[in-house]
Design a protein around this ligand. Structure first.
Ligand code: RB5
Length: 143
């Protein structure tokens, strides 16, 4: 499995911990995020994640900013992206089972780090249910 990850300065600490978790599982990581804490603009660091997921260069993506909103708004401008802003593992599981989310967006300033790591694990191991949800996600893109 290969995961692209992107974050702004608000997400650096969580990103580094998530990269550690993914590498411990032998998952390949493409890191587009800042590794620093100087203030940066989140679109510059999450558009590349969306492009990699859209183009099939990676299996899934993870984006992190302070609220998760800016990063989520940015990635969902890409037609092939179903980015889900989640703040607990239940929402994360439903984003996979019902929405086939291909990018998980984390609000670093509003969730604890252990919770974020648990959500990443849930995102990776949960499959799309298909069925009626397939029809619905097919209707999401603007024609
Ligand atoms: C950065 O201060 C903050 O605005 C950003 O991380 C994010 O929350 C934007 O939506």
């Amino acid at each position: 499995m290969k995961i692209a990850i992107g974050n702004d300065h608000a997400g650096t600490e969580y990103k580094l911990a998530i990269v550690g978790l993914l590498k411990s599982k032998n998952i390949e990581v493409v890191n587009y995020g800042t590794d620093g804490t100087d203030s940066v603009d989140y679109p510059d660091f999450v558009h590349p994640v969306a492009m990699d997921v859209e183009q099939g260069n990676v299996d899934m993506g993870i984006v992190i900013c302070g609220t998760g909103n800016g990063a989520t708004m940015t990635i969902n401008k890409h037609q092939g992206i179903r980015g889900a802003l989640c703040w607990n593992k239940e929402l994360t599981a439903l984003a996979r089972t019902h929405n086939d989310a291909n990018i998980l967006s984390l609000p670093a300033r509003f969730i604890a780090l252990p919770q974020a790591l648990e959500m990443v694990e849930t995102f990776l191991k949960t499959s799309f249910e298909g069925g009626r949800h397939e029809r619905r996600i097919e209707k999401i893109p603007c024609i």
